[in-house]
Design a protein around this ligand. Sequence first.
Ligand code: GDP
Ligand code: GDP
Length: 437
Amino acid sequence: MLPLVALVGRPNVGKSTLFNALTRTRDALVHDEPGVTRDRNYGICRLTPERPFVLVDTGGIGGEEEGLAGATARQSRAAAEEADLVLFVVDGREGPSSLDDELMQWLRRHSRPTLLVVNKTDGIDARQAIAEFSRYGFDDASAVSSAHRTGIDDLLDDVLARLPEEGSGEVLDDDPERVRIAFIGRPNVGKSTLVNRLLGEERMIASDVPGTTRDSISVDLERDGRKYRLIDTAGIRRKGRVEEAVEKFSVIKTLQAIEECQVAVVMLDASEGVTEQDATVLGAVLDAGRALVVAVNKWDGLTTYQREQVEALLSRKLTFVPWAENVRISAVHGSGLRELFKAIHRAHLSATRELGTSEVTKALEAAYTANPPPTVRGHVPKLRFAHPGGTNPPTVVIHGSRLKSLPQSYHRYLENFFRKRFKLVGTPVRFVFKEGD
Ligand code: GDP
Ligand code: GDP
């Protein structure tokens, strides 16, 4: 399971700027289409592709609010308390303040491994800025400018050096034949109802597979002769009051489940359409490059008229994932589940499809001929040749020149072209651009 890193710091030190610098990748930018949203406080840092980690910006660590705001604040605190590493972010221009002192006390009480990050060191003496914070007793510190993205590589080195090695405590027996699927979605869309239905109905629980860390439990099941492993997403277990439901909807768990699965099944509540929170979950699946099936649940409760309305709404709201199949289901009645699993199977086949070198090269030629890249400030990006770069999702490596000036619209064009040409459904296609040969 991905390690967890929490940003802690008083307001205005630049936490959200740092959060963005660490979580927004080029891939994510390509997927920035109308309708996709992203969580402002939870994300995955993939700047270290071989060792990604979950990053949480714990905005409200101080207060003891009641109700929903309180639940959110408690989640933040819990994230910091459980983090594998806390980044204590301070403002290198202003030096330590009394609020920093308070946070430092909180950090000492909870004694998580902590790294001091001195931000806003652009245009000032970084060593001097770090020295200002010597009273906090850190052996060393990272100086960065989040706004200018300097010092980030060194910071990442420091972070990785402090994170548990990947796979430590790993007990999963990895059966390559099992398709790893995760049912995800906001609270009350019907995830637990569906999972219970699947398990009860099939009576095929081979075993509860102990999770890697903390309390994650995965379950194996078989359907129509195919084997699956259901990745746990916390929210699926028993829960009570609304507030508790909110707490159980752990974004961190959702992000980790997306990362661990091969096919993400995003569940929606048909009676509520596509909410902002749904769009955020979909955005996270896109960023992870996972195969995707949309399950529109609670289809049973709707009149014919309402169903038509929902169909129209879905086709408007899901334009950013036109390639994902959506299936109407009723978790309560168990209808649509055959179709759902067929869609999961198709998405998995597409996502694991191995493309050949010559077919990829030919596809690039055809895409180029049909629609060459536009001239950008007098320069024409050149696409020279392509070869396959892996699966899950299918990846194409393109060599050429001036590839940085390829507009995002052209990335999307290529992705759609390749998907159509290779008849891929339910999966993104990833492009890696390499300058030169
Ligand atoms: P947060 O409240 O801790 O999340 O802080 P923000 O990320 O919202 O940043 C607060 C202010 O500091 C904004 O005006 C940012 O533009 C500015 N800021 C953030 N990082 C830097 C930096 O590295 N250098 C400078 N000079 N300003 C920064
Ligand atoms: P979760 O928070 O996503 O796990 O959602 P639950 O499985 O706890 O379901 C939330 C509520 O929606 C419960 O009251 C369920 O009975 C109801 N529900 C779940 N699936 C369906 C369905 O297919 N049709 C209808 N009408 N209600 C459903």
